[in-house]
Write a protein that binds this ligand. Structure first.
Ligand SMILES: [Zn+2]
Length: 361
């Protein structure tokens, strides 16, 4: 074979190998699971039958040796769900650590309460907690949750006026941290939190958004450094608020502080919580969000979808669940994560449908 023929032949072989490799790259078919009374061998045997290859698990389950042993034996990957700034227990103990909204009140709505993201002692505790879980229980991955600023997005519907979304944190720590990092000074004539917040948002909004995105990104960086020291091959997933870049006047950065491009560089997966039914969106919206996250991050996107009703009382039918799964699995998605296993078990028809769809992939 002369050189003229060798190169195209090599190209064909390489293309073939690449295609094989892509085909072999397994999609993540996951479920979030919070509690289980066992026996675990039966649980994971049913996951094997249903095509589920990954569990996104509470710390309680990850800390259960029998759970982890059975998961390994059945070839199930385990991620620990790791909440960061949502921490009502810590706030109940020390109310002064709560994040503060632009109106001067604690960042809290119903069950959602957030800690101020500038507190070095809290951040250090979080990092060491992540390190300890990974050191002791060696999960395959960590799924970083509530890694954002306060917002009760579960009840933010399409018609919501962006100006009514809460902005935090404006406690004294964040106000001085922001001014020190950016070398911006809030004029002395402003005394109250609402006055200072108002001045910053009117005069230095861009710097403020960048600074508070960095608070979130740097928290992910600190956690990933620590867990990779304990387990170099650990996988990192990040839970995202399910908003496209321009939704609600750029709220994914402006309100939640999630810069998907920067977060993608630090992680293996990005998982938007595309609970369409809950936020009054159609199933096709899930694909739109996946495309958006992929386009702005270049990362591997695994949308999370809801199985049962939540917050709203209107029917969530089997047909809507089918459309939800189909939209979630459409490329560039790299799989799907169900919220949750408990809800799936409560609705056998949805469990059968899910099994039919994912085992046919
Ligand atoms: Zn703060």
């Amino acid at each position: 074979m002369n050189r003229q023929h060798t190169l195209p032949a090599l190209f064909l072989i390489l293309s073939f190998l690449t295609a094989c490799n892509l085909e072999q790259e397994e999609q993540i078919i996951g479920v979030k699971i919070y509690e289980h009374s066992g026996p675990y061998d039966q649980l994971f045997a049913s996951w094997n039958t249903m095509g589920i290859n990954t569990g996104f698990c509470s710390e309680d389950l990850i800390s259960d040796q029998a759970f982890m042993k059975e998961a390994r034996e059945k070839g199930i990957s385990t991620f620990v769900i790791f909440p960061v700034f949502f921490n009502p227990e810590a706030i109940a103990e020390s109310p002064e650590i709560a994040a503060i909204n632009q109106d001067g009140n604690p960042a809290a709505e119903e069950w959602v309460e957030f800690v101020c993201p500038s507190r070095e002692d809290y951040r250090h505790q979080v990092v060491e907690h992540a390190r300890q879980i990974v050191r002791e229980h060696k999960p395959d991955g960590i799924s970083i949750d509530f890694i954002r600023h306060f917002v009760y997005w579960e009840k933010v519907y399409p018609e919501r006026n962006p100006a009514t979304l809460p902005l935090s944190c404006f406690d004294s720590l964040c106000l001085s941290h922001f001014q020190a990092v950016t070398e911006i000074s809030v004029p002395d004539s402003f005394n109250t939190v609402p006055e200072k917040a108002d001045w910053i948002l009117k005069n230095q909004e861009e710097a403020w958004i960048a600074w508070r995105c960095q608070l979130i990104t740097s928290m992910v960086a600190q956690i990933t450094v620590a867990v990779r020291e304990e387990k170099p091959d650990i996988l990192v997933n990040i839970h995202l608020v399910p908003w496209a870049r321009d939704d609600f006047d750029g709220a994914i950065e402006r309100v939640a502080g999630q810069d998907v491009g920067d977060l993608s560089k630090l992680s293996d997966y990005l998982s938007p919580m595309t609970y369409a039914h809950m936020v009054k969106q159609s199933p096709s919206w899930i694909h739109h969000i996946v495309e958006e996250v992929y386009m702005h991050s270049g990362g591997t996107v695994i949308p999370s979808v809801q199985v049962g009703k939540a917050y709203l009382d209107n029917e969530y039918s089997l047909e809507e669940f089918r459309e939800t799964l189909e939209a979630a699995l459409q490329p560039p998605s790299s799989g799907v994560v169900l919220w949750s296993w408990e809800r799936l078990m409560a609705e056998p028809e949805k469990a059968d449908l899910f099994k039919d769809i994912v085992t046919a992939l």
